[in-house]
Write a protein that binds this ligand. Sequence first.
Ligand code: VGL
Ligand code: ZN
Length: 201
Amino acid sequence: MKALILIDLQNDFMPGGALAVPGGDAVVAVANRLARRFEHVIATQDWHPADHLSFASQHPGKSPGDVVDLDGLPQTLWPDHCVQETAGAELRRGLDVGRIDTVIRKGGDRLLDSYSAFFDNAHRRATGLHEHLRGAAIDEVYLTGLATDYCVKFSALDAVGLGLRVRVIREGCRGIGLESGARAWAEMAAAGVDVISQDAL
Ligand code: VGL
Ligand code: ZN
């Protein structure tokens, strides 16, 4: 069984948002088109408490882009984004939410970030996505969304690690950085992720 997983198609990652991904709004139409072709569609939401420690605002003297040590892990600092129950954390208007059967939220632990839709960055706690997939006998996942170099990449790598067949749809993703985005595609391919075009579906 296969599923489409839409990664973090939230207002704050769209142009004008708190952590805007260049061209992020362009992938909504791709997501909607893809969603019509899947029986199982899952969406993830980055979902932080207002005092999340990935926010530069929580570290006096630090700025977005700086890296700090968070519980032994290097943590890139971000502008405040996707704060729980705020408009910035909502799924982008125009996304066909009627096709989405399950929403997985991540990043709720103040002390740890969670780029991957499956585990926090320390791999301490699962988000429930893997359980959900197992329950529905889903062994093949198609990923698309934001951002290529963070949440898409780490979700895809974890999915491979969990033994799932993983395909990432190129046109449905955008990266935060140009160079890190390009590197992410190479890393995913090297890990066994199938990078495909939507035309291949
Ligand atoms: C993301 C940075 C911080 C993402 C989330 O969705 O890729 N990136 N939080
Ligand atoms: Zn985040």
